[in-house]
Design a protein around this ligand. Structure first.
Ligand code: NAG
Ligand code: NAG
Ligand code: NAG
Length: 308
């Protein structure tokens, strides 16, 4: 049985023209009455696929932990406040998106058991195998993180990461299981998936920024932020989105031109620069981690924001 039902595409550089089209002031991200991920905390299981350094893994964990950890520093933009924009997404019963994220489990496959070229159905297999071998609840969100030397169907062509869901199976307790995948594009397409930080061969309109966590990992975190917001607000492609099935615009996609504006010299306040390292970011995380996150469509204010 084919396990993959849905592929939600995220448009990056080549989606700019498209994004401008859909971010007219009249934009409304419609609610299609389907479920959102409101079970709080959202239990996340991280499946590292391929080789990762300790610090690379720590960056992923730190980002996820930052979602539910208040940062001591006052008056700064934080991952937690950024995530709180998702509180505006409400389901039919009045429940809001989970505000807390808990890392409930983790695995690493350093042996590339399914090879280095994966299809989306191979990603599903990884998730189902993990579910079988762990005590993970089928309510969890599984996050597959692929190493820089792994190619996944569509990677660097259409997408830098995706959220998907499986058909109900015995492993998922006969539920549809949402899951997400993000890849490290450092060696394959940094100018596509980490373009704010990557030096383009062809010269870029704006100077690349200095990456706080490394070009590949910062691109990965930006994508993770995007797919995470997408999966909680539209896990089964029947909740918050705009457009038809072929070109779905979700909570972050609706603000894609704002990312570009964030890097426009006329909006310099959106990008912060670390005094010591010169690295550019827009939110603070735990333990002085710094990250770059995309704008989120705020359904309460009908505008794009990185802080409520
Ligand atoms: C967008 O949605 C809000 C709230 O549902 C509504 O008040 C507003 O008229 C809508 N705007 C457009 C352009 O559809
Ligand atoms: C990966 O998925 C493809 C189908 O999409 C399948 O033919 C292939 O056998 C899978 N690879 C492994 C190692 O299971
Ligand atoms: C960074 O430099 C600016 C300007 O010199 C200063 O106002 C700010 O306090 C410094 N920030 C830190 C964290 O040292």
């Amino acid at each position: 049985m084919k396990q993959v039902l849905l592929v939600v595409l995220f448009f990056f550089l080549n989606g700019l023209a498209f994004a401008i089209l859909v971010t007219q002031p009249s934009l409304n991200l419609s609610y299609h009455n389907g479920p959102i991920l409101s079970r709080d905390p959202l239990e996340v299981h991280i499946l590292f696929y391929g080789s990762f350094s300790h610090s690379q893994k720590a960056i992923v964990r730190a980002f996820l932990s930052s979602i539910s950890t208040p940062t001591k520093a006052k008056d700064v933009f934080t991952v937690q406040k950024w995530w709180s924009i998702t509180r505006g997404y409400v389901d039919l019963s009045g429940s809001v998106v989970a505000q807390n994220v808990e890392i409930s489990g983790e695995s690493t496959d350093v042996y590339y058991r399914l090879g280095k070229i994966l299809t989306t159905s191979n990603l599903t297999s990884l998730v189902l195998q993990y579910l079988q071998n762990s005590a993970a609840s089928p309510n969890s969100l599984h996050l597959v993180v692929t190493a820089a030397d792994v190619f996944v169907e569509g990677f660097c062509q259409d997408v830098c990461g995706q959220h998907l869901y499986t058909y109900p199976t015995v492993e998922t307790n006969w539920k549809m299981l949402p899951y997400a995948w993000v890849g490290n594009a450092e060696s394959q397409c940094p100018t596509f998936c980490a373009w704010r930080y990557a030096k383009s061969k062809y010269g870029s309109p704006t100077k690349p920024l200095k990456a706080p966590n490394g070009v590949g990992m910062d691109g990965l975190i930006f994508t993770l932020a995007n797919v995470l917001v997408g999966v909680v607000t539209n896990p089964f492609q029947n909740a918050y989105y705009q457009g038809d099935a072929s070109v779905v615009v979700e909570a972050v996609g609706a603000c894609m031109d704002k990312h570009a504006l964030g890097f426009d010299p006329s909006y310099p306040d959106k990008i912060l620069k670390a005094n010591k390292t010169g690295a550019s970011y827009n939110v603070h995380g735990i333990r002085s981690y710094k990250f770059l996150v995309p704008f989120i469509w705020n359904p309460q204010t009908h505008s794009c924001a990185i802080q409520p």
